[in-house]
Ligand binder design. Structure first.
Ligand code: 5GP
Length: 205
């Protein structure tokens, strides 16, 4: 337990730019980025263990049975899930693990691993979020409205998180997240285990 890494969960409504932030954070070699498992066929160029762990339906169902996922969902007829065994292996070896996940998934992870660091990414304003969703330019007016409504609704979940970071610029957001992680590593309840484990320091309750 003493030298465990942190489980960092980054999520937020779609259009807030959490993917870009996670990509920037992933340049830090000390962070271990979680790779999801799926039953869908690999697309051209996708590599097992890099883009996804590609599993057969049978393998995936066995892992569900063994409670091997933090969370999973069926999307367009295929299963997708966050492998618990891989993340815990990294955490127990002292590495910090980053999960980028939607809000529903994040809440399931929190139920199972409440000591994780849950960070909600916010747009600078709802107007800006609308612009970012619209600028993707791939959707009809109706689906844009649906996405925007859903993003608006998802804002309500912010109170379930430990931290909120506004994505005004990627640099600012990444700096704030790094500051959060530094502070988390100094928290007494995390440090106490390490100090007590070292057997050299006495802490009086
Ligand atoms: P794709 O097949 O295009 O890579 O992904 C399809 C959908 O699966 C996307 O909406 C993506 O967010 C979702 N997805 C990918 N990995 C996971 C996961 O680990 N858990 C859940 N719940 N959804 C995932």
């Amino acid at each position: 337990m003493a030298n465990n890494g942190l489980l960092i969960v980054i999520s937020g409504p779609s259009g807030t730019g959490k993917g870009t932030i996670c990509k920037a954070l992933s340049e830090d070699k000390d962070l271990w980025i979680s790779v999801s498992a799926t039953t869908r066929e690999p697309r051209a160029g996708e590599i097992d263990g890099v883009n996804y762990y590609f599993l057969s339906r049978q393998e995936f169902l066995e892992k569900i049975e063994n409670d091997d996922f933090f969370e999973y969902a069926e999307v367009y007829g295929n299963y997708y899930g966050t492998p618990k065994w891989k993340a815990l292996e990294a955490i127990y070896s002292g590495k910090d693990v980053l999960l980028e996940i939607d809000i529903q998934g994040a809440l399931k992870v929190k139920q199972q691993y409440p000591e994780g660091v849950f960070i909600f990414i916010l747009p600078p304003s709802m107007e800006e979020l609308k612009k970012r969703i619209t600028n993707r330019g791939t959707e009809t007016e109706e689906s844009l409205m649906r996405r925007f409504k859903s993003a608006y609704h998802e804002m309500n979940y912010i109170s379930k998180y430990n931290y909120a970071v506004v994505n005004d610029t990627v640099e600012n957001a990444v700096d704030k997240i790094k500051a959060i992680l530094s502070a988390e590593k100094c928290r007494v309840d995390r440090l106490k285990e390490k100090i007590l484990d070292s057997e050299e320091v006495e802490i009086h309750e």
